[in-house]
Design a protein around this ligand. Structure first.
Ligand code: FEO
Length: 171
C-alpha cells in the first residue's frame, strides 16, 4: 500500500528517469554525429539503463495497486561543447538524481513505508556506481585535454561498454 503522497513522489521520479533516458539518448546521437562512436555506444547503454530504472518504478507502482502518471518532459539539450562537458553534465545530472532518491528514501522512512525503503535500496547503490563511473571518465578526459590521440583512445574504451540486459540485472 502506498500513500497518495508517496504515489505522487514515485511517479515524479519515474518521469525523471524517463528524462534521464532522453538526455543520454541525445548525447549518444550527438557523439555519433561528431564521429565518437565509442562515446555514442557508452551513452546508448546509459539510455538503456535509464529505461530499466524507469521500468523498475513502473513495475513497483503497479505492484502496489497504483498506476503510473506520465507527464510532459522537458526537451534535453541536443548539442554539447565537448566530450568532457558531456560527462560533466552527466555527473551533474546523476548527482541531482542521487538527491532525488535520497529525498524519496527520507519520505519512505518518515511514512514508515518499509516496502518502498527496500525498493529504493537498489537505486541508492546504483547511484554510487553511476557517480563513480562518471568521475573516473572525467578524470581521464581532464588528463587528456585536447590531445586528439588520447580522445581516440578513450573513445575506444567507451566503445567497449556492454549493456547488462534487465533480466540479468539485479532485480
Ligand atoms: Fe536513473 Fe542514472 O539514474
Amino acid at each position: 500500500m502506498l500513500s497518495k503522497e508517496m504515489t505522487a513522489a514515485l511517479n515524479k521520479q519515474l518521469n525523471t528517469e524517463l528524462y534521464s533516458a532522453h538526455l543520454y539518448l541525445s548525447m549518444s546521437s550527438y557523439a555519433s554525429s561528431i564521429g565518437l562512436k565509442g562515446a555514442a555506444n557508452w551513452f546508448m547503454i546509459q539510455y538503456q539503463e535509464e529505461m530499466v530504472h524507469f521500468m523498475k518504478f513502473y513495475t513497483y507502482i503497479n505492484s502496489q495497486g497504483e498506476h503510473v502518471a506520465l507527464g510532459p518532459l522537458d526537451a534535453p539539450p541536443n548539442e554539447f561543447p565537448s566530450l568532457l562537458e558531456m560527462f560533466e553534465e552527466t555527473l551533474k545530472h546523476e548527482m541531482f538524481i542521487t538527491r532525488c532518491i535520497n529525498e524519496l528514501t527520507e519520505r519512505a522512512v518518515k511514512e514508515k513505508d518499509h516496502a518502498t525503503q527496500i525498493f529504493l535500496q537498489w537505486f541508492i547503490t546504483e547511484q554510487v556506481e553511476e557517480e563513480e563511473n562518471d568521475r573516473e571518465i572525467i578524470g581521464k578526459l581532464k588528463l587528456i585535454g585536447d590531445n586528439g590521440y588520447g580522445i581516440l583512445m578513450i573513445d575506444n574504451e567507451l566503445g567497449a561498454r556492454v549493456f547488462t540486459p534487465p533480466a540479468a540485472a539485479a532485480a
